[in-house]
Design a protein around this ligand. Sequence first.
Ligand code: KIV
Ligand code: ZN
Length: 389
Amino acid sequence: MTETSRRIYIFDTTLRDGEQSPGVSLNVEEKLKIARQLARLGVDVIEAGFPIASPGDFEAVRAIAREVEGPIIAGLARINDRDIDRAWEALQDAKRPRIHVFIATSDIHLKYKLRMTREEVLAAVRKGVARAKSYCQDVEFSPEDASRSDIDFLCQVLATAIESGATVLNIPDTVGYATPAEFGRLIAEIRRRVPGIDRVQISVHCHNDLGLAVANSLAAIENGALQVEGAINGIGERAGNTALEELIMALYTRRDYYGCHTGIVTEEIYRTSRLVSSLTGMPVQYNKAIVGKNAFAHEAGIHQDGVLKERTTYEIMNPAMIGLVQNNIVLGKHSGRHALRTRLEELGFKLNEAELDKAFARFKELADRKKEISDRDLEAIVEHEIKQI
Ligand code: KIV
Ligand code: ZN
């Protein structure tokens, strides 16, 4: 890290926007497991949920706020009194709470969804941010659909949020419509035009509808954004959110270019990815950057030859950096429960005793037929069989 390296803050929304992935629903215990792992990963902020959305979401945010220390714990609220009050009720026991309020600012959302005028939106921002601030020093404000909003109105809304006490302004590309150069210019324009912007942190929240979420987030960083929001494995609404593991490793691997660093313990990335995949039931595509099964695999003879001679010929990252450790212990029919538990933990699976019993029995059955049990075999046992317990 050079002396001038800029610190980028990582805001994880796996438990809120990530859980909005179609088909995903996590219970309180599962959310707590993920939140504890996110704390080990070293994220700066955990958005634990949307407390008004359901009693389960409320309970999860409250449990995480009470139990998980280290990161800031955020809860989402629309900009109305009921949402904000409920968010605070869930967050109030956190050591470092943050209320995250949002309202849309694009004409299309104002006309068809909110049925509000621009003046009404400005008034709601003034009142809502001030109400959140009356509870909590740390208030994040998001103008939903910012990238499709009129820039003059957007700047007016952002200035109002700052005047009313917001500490973080988050610029969402809600429908994943922006391109990198365009999104970078939007951040630069906001920095140039919004009075008081230097007093707050600029954040970005990109969706992946065109596969550009990570690229857009990086363009925003190049233009002064200090916080990036995203989810592990890029899960989230529709095509998902910025994949945090990709963003983090891009900043690390190309620190010569970006001149930035994060507080992430990169060695925890693989374990976190496995845990999120196994608890949400969302598989990670094989060729997914950083955490996919093939991300560090070499198939072509020329590549294999090159890597065997010198790893950096075809590998720009050391797999150990994301916690993919070369496994020296061979698991076979003579292996015991301890070795199995250790390897499962390295792969990101934390099983209770009953689950471990079942996994161990299944492992022994398989080991009778197969000389060596691979990590893939173990993942299959846990993901397809243990989860049915
Ligand atoms: O995509 C979005 O605009 C959001 C906001 C609530 C930040 O998720
Ligand atoms: Zn979103």
